[in-house]
Design a protein around this ligand. Structure first.
Ligand code: MEV
Length: 323
């Protein structure tokens, strides 16, 4: 998806639908400008926005104060606007590392952008990043760009023409399209919610230690090789690199015994597996051996995870008919 596919101008009521995301390589290092590979996956959040007598989210009148994503989005992109009845429904488990906040933010901003004359995808990606960053205080535009673009995207890696760039205070990120090899993935939630901000800060402290630069360089190499392997449709190499990336994530302290148990359960029927997202809880992603997707999901469920067999969702956030 490119600027040729903007969010069109519309009027209230309006609804938008966003995919979830799954980070395949490079989480945490991306916050410091490292390369990353992220895919939009076919779990969705839908946000409907209508005029209302007072602003509320799913009936909660305090949400525009207590929900940091809603608060930031309204302050930045609904200045002086009328009060809104907002309804959000989602299949993405919350605080699971699968992009529930990015999908909510992108859907809400797409709906608001449509109601205010439409918005291009590069602008929407920048708005979604700034809103998420404002709410979380830390982070990269990887999650928000993936759900705005759909499909597979790389961050800060060479390749096809850039879709867009996003600038932070002292880091810049360039987003590119990566071709879809058509694989089926299994993601699974550990049931342990986690805070992205806390995990990012803990990794920041770990990377400030003397071996930090060497570790970051290893993250960089694994992610670049991973992007190359997916582009070449080399499934075996991709799987091996997922497992290498997990060793690095373990080393910077964001794995968890529950995540390790789910990964161990997935490995016998998979080519590789790792945590996905901020870690310290949250979810794992496995690349199953072809034809063994359901077996992988069953094994993970027996180990206590909540598995989803997913395909990559080629469409980024979009306006939908249903309210
Ligand atoms: C969280 O989904 C991914 C992190 O790299 C943070 C970020 O990129 O914002 C841990």
């Amino acid at each position: 998806m490119t600027e040729d596919d903007p969010i069109a101008s519309g009027s209230l009521p309006v609804a938008a639908r966003s995919p979830a995301k799954c980070i395949l390589f490079g989480e945490h290092a991306v916050v410091r400008g490292g390369p990353e590979l992220v895919a939009a996956i076919d779990l969705h959040t839908q946000v409907g926005v209508a005029r209302g007598p007072s602003t509320h989210l799913n009936g909660d009148p305090d949400a525009s104060r207590t929900n940091a994503y809603l608060r930031e989005a309204l302050a930045r992109h609904w200045e002086g606007g009328e009060s809104l009845a907002i309804r959000s429904t989602s299949r993405i488990p919350k605080a699971s590392g699968l992009g529930s906040s990015a999908a909510f933010t992108a859907s809400l901003l797409a709906a608001l952008g449509s109601a205010r004359g439409g918005v291009g995808r590069a602008d929407l990606a920048a708005r979604a990043y700034q809103t998420e960053r404002g709410a979380q205080g830390v982070g990269s535009p990887g999650d928000t760009s993936a759900v705005v673009a759909g499909g597979y995207i790389s961050i800060n890696a060479e390749g096809s023409e850039a879709l867009w760039s996003v600038a932070g205070e002292d880091t810049a990120w360039t987003v590119r399209r990566v071709s879809d090899p058509g694989w089926i993935w299994v993601v699974a939630y550990s049931g342990i919610p986690r805070s992205t901000a806390e995990a990012v800060r803990a990794v920041g402290r770990r990377l400030a230690e003397p071996d930090g630069p060497k570790l970051l360089e290893r993250f960089r190499q694994v992610a670049l090789e991973g992007i190359g392997a997916v582009t070449r449709e080399d499934r075996d190499r991709t799987g091996a690199l997922l497992t290498e990336n997990q060793a690095l994530l373990r080393e910077v302290g964001v794995s968890h015994p529950r995540l390790e148990a789910l990964i161990d359960a997935a490995i016998p029927t998979s080519l590789g597996a790792k945590l996905t997202g901020a870690g310290a809880g949250g979810s794992i992603v496995a690349l199953p051996r072809p034809g063994r997707e359901l077996e992988t999901a069953r094994r993970i469920a027996s180990a206590g995870g909540l598995p989803f067999v997913v395909r990559v969702e080629p469409r980024g956030v979009r306006i939908v008919e249903s309210r």
